[in-house]
Design a protein around this ligand. Structure first.
Ligand code: PMP
Length: 425
């Protein structure tokens, strides 16, 4: 019978090494917050396929919606023969994305593609080509998004320079010595040193950084960004690929920032495990590109649209926004209690259920404990819990379990994390 080890061997022979793998495990089956591997071992899933499974693995309502769509058809290409689920999903997203203005939505397939298209739309709408992105930002693995992603190794290392016209501002992060004022000053430095404001099409920001370490943008920073964009005719793009679909306690994180972005990108949990992503924004901006300039063969796949519509219904029916807030509070309380016992936990932070703990040797904020973070992830796996790390220094444990996780299983996962700290920290 199949083993993880034999499959790893085949993987190594058949798949390029550039595709990383955090856990040496091959999945066989999954249900809500539980995964079984090919050897029959059971795991609690606190990774959710990197923020994709806020509604859990194979939610029965989503499965039923996809099956029903599959019985009708799986593909026509929306640009050839259109279908209602695409339009219905766009209507629903337009109603959900913050901003008191008319909106339109474009559907694509991946988060990277959503960011690519947000930049294309911003360029067409403003007639400008410059983009400002942030230190520690993550926007994808395509060429333009690699320019915007604020981390060279491993994402673009060995590939040469990525497309130009992207300028890097500092993401505010008090823990690492960057205040809101510092971050704003870094943008003014770009205007002074690198590019005039009138050549900047968009400022692209994650309201809470995902891969970069779960740092929450201060509300007043987001408001100052909005004012700066308005002053200079720059479009504010909120990348909600990881924060969206209820992770932060509101359906979109920008709902908590008191200002709206001109363009919002979404992906991941929006469709409960099916590949659909998109850009939602001000109707006139979204219409800046002429017919034929947007789209893609699989963009807005009917199966994924059906899944996304069902996922949004599940959010309402199961009150998952309230659940996100409640789980977030329990995690913060649990990790704060753990921090009292382990000095290595330097900070516990988050927004809603987008919660992380950052580890430092001896609690010294200048000494990121990446080694220990990796050991905890490995130890947790031995104990049957799938965890993920993140952060520019690789010293952050992030929790992305399904919001539909049963209480007892959630507690079991938290207990395993506490055991790992007791044994290793
Ligand atoms: N933006 C953010 C904020 C992300 O977290 C990610 C994926 N981790 C992306 C964009 C890229 O999405 P994808 O991997 O679907 O291309």
């Amino acid at each position: 019978s199949k083993t993880n080890q034999s499959l790893m061997q085949r993987r190594q022979n058949a798949v390029p090494r550039g595709v990383g793998q955090i856990h040496p495990i091959f999945a066989e089956r999954a249900e809500n917050a539980t995964v079984w591997d090919v050897e029959g071992r059971e795991y609690i899933d606190f990774a959710g396929g990197i923020a994709v499974l806020n509604t859990g693995h194979v939610h029965p309502k989503i499965k039923a919606a996809v099956s029903a769509q599959l019985d009708r058809f799986s593909h026509t290409c929306f640009q050839v023969l259109a279908y209602e689920p695409y339009v219905e999903l766009c209507e629903k997203i337009n109603a959900r994305v913050p901003g008191d203005f008319d909106k339109k939505t474009l559907l694509v397939t991946t988060g990277s593609e959503a960011l690519e298209n947000a930049v294309k739309i911003a360029r067409a709408a403003t007639g400008r080509a410059g983009v400002i992105a942030f230190t520690g930002g993550y926007h994808g693995r395509t060429m333009m998004t690699l320019s915007m992603t604020g981390k060279v190794a491993p994402y673009s290392a060995g590939m040469g320079l990525m497309p130009g016209g992207v300028y890097r501002a500092q993401y505010p992060c008090e823990l690492h010595g960057v205040s809101t004022a510092d971050a704003m000053a870094s943008i003014h430095r770009i205007f002074k040193n690198d590019a005039e404001a009138k050549d900047i099409a968009a400022i692209v920001i994650e309201p809470v950084q995902g891969e970069g370490g779960f740092y929450v943008a201060p509300k007043d920073f987001m408001q100052q960004l909005r004012a700066l964009c308005d002053e200079h005719g720059i479009l504010l793009v909120a990348d909600e690929v990881q924060t969206g679909a209820g992770r932060t306690g509101t359906f979109f994180a920008m709902e908590q920032m008191g200002v709206a972005a001109d363009l919002t990108t979404f992906a991941k949990s929006i469709a409960g495990g099916f590949p659909v992503a998109g850009v939602c924004g001000k109707a006139d901006i979204m219409d800046a590109i002429a017919p034929g300039g947007l789209g893609g063969t699989y963009a807005g796949s009917p199966l994924a649209c059906a899944a996304a519509i069902a996922a949004m219904d599940v959010f309402a029916e199961e009150q998952l926004l309230a659940r996100s807030l409640a789980l977030g509070e329990q995690m913060v309380a649990g990790f704060n209690a753990l921090a009292e016992k382990h000095a290595v936990i330097g900070e516990v932070r988050g927004l809603g259920a987008m919660v992380a703990v950052e580890l430092f040797d001896g609690g010294d904020h200048s000494k990121p404990a990446a080694g220990l973070t990796g050991q905890i992830v490995a130890k947790a796996r031995e104990k049957g819990l799938i965890l993920l790390s993140c952060g520019v220094y690789g010293n952050v444990l992030r929790i992305l379990m399904p919001l539909t996780i049963p209480d007892a299983q959630f507690q079991q996962g938290m207990d395993i994390i506490a055991e790992c700290f007791a044994e290793l920290a």
